[in-house]
Design a protein. Structure first.
Length: 273
């Protein structure tokens, strides 16, 4: 027997050639405890345990508004391109985030579209003085490379604009080799750590900058895919639709006023009798 240090949601652990292998809860897929477990298998394990389900962002960046669901995973641990909940289906990216509207079971998802850029935005608790930017960058870069085993070349940037910390992870399909951990898995582990629900076995992340512990009020993750998502107007929030309608009505009203004003000007001509 052995302990899976990088995933507490496993059973039936055994040591094989010096490597700890365990079965992921919910799927039974065998996982290597020397590296990160895929996000798909982690989500499936979480659903098995519980059946409940600042700067300008890039144009095609979108947020995960669906949250946790019970995913279908390939034997390799990656998400299947098509996910369903009963008779409702949708297409997902490599991070398992919905990238289309929801349709019936006839929906076709031809390929699993790669998420090439993940933006993690955190807001720290109110404080009088800003953090030291260099110390902050050093901490997060070292944590991501050491704790989550991500090659440093995939950490595109760490920005600090008090009180927001933004981490950019970029990894194109052409750049990623078979031995590299995926940025989607790294982001999922990191988000769970920051929110106090660590996937690691008895190894919580202590975010400490210059010996001062940091607390976060909010963490949001945005995804940018290699192919733009396919959301229709139906997926827009009612508030945004209302704003669009008001703008259109205002434009039409302006055109109507302009036309009537011009007509009235044309009717009145001074003439002597």
């Amino acid at each position: 027997a052995c302990i899976c240090e990088k995933n507490k949601r496993v059973t039936n652990c055994r040591l094989t050639n010096g490597v700890c292998w365990c079965d992921a809860v919910g799927s039974g897929v065998s996982v290597n405890c020397d590296t990160l477990t895929s996000k798909c298998l982690l989500m499936k394990a979480e659903m098995t345990g519980s059946k409940s389900g600042r700067r300008e962002k890039p144009k095609d960046a979108f947020e995960d508004t669906d949250g946790l669901y019970d995913p279908e995973c390939e034997n390799t641990g990656v998400f299947k391109a098509k996910q369903c909940n009963g008779t409702t289906c949708w297409c997902v990216n490599t991070a398992g985030v919905r990238r289309t509207d929801k349709h019936d079971a006839d929906l076709k998802c031809n390929q699993l579209v790669r998420t090439r850029w993940i933006i993690i935005e955190m807001k720290h608790a109110e404080r009088n003085t800003p953090l030291n930017t260099e110390s902050l960058k050093k901490f997060f870069k070292e944590t991501i490379t050491n704790r989550y085993m991500l090659d440093g070349r995939y950490i595109s940037d760490v920005l600090y604009e008090k009180p927001y910390i933004t981490i950019d992870l970029k990894q194109n399909s052409s750049e990623k080799s078979s031995g590299d951990v995926d940025i989607a898995d790294v982001a999922y582990y990191f988000e769970k750590d920051v929110k106090g629900d660590s996937i690691f076995h008895n190894n919580r992340l202590n975010v400490s900058i210059d010996n001062e512990r940091l607390h976060f009020e909010k963490t949001v993750v945005y995804y940018v895919d290699e192919i733009a998502p396919e959301f229709s107007m139906k997926s827009l929030t009612p508030g945004l639709i209302a704003v669009i309608v008001v703008v259109i009505v205002a434009i039409v009203a302006g055109i109507v006023v302009l036309v009537f004003t011009r007509r009235r000007k044309g009717k009145y001509v001074k003439a002597e009798v």
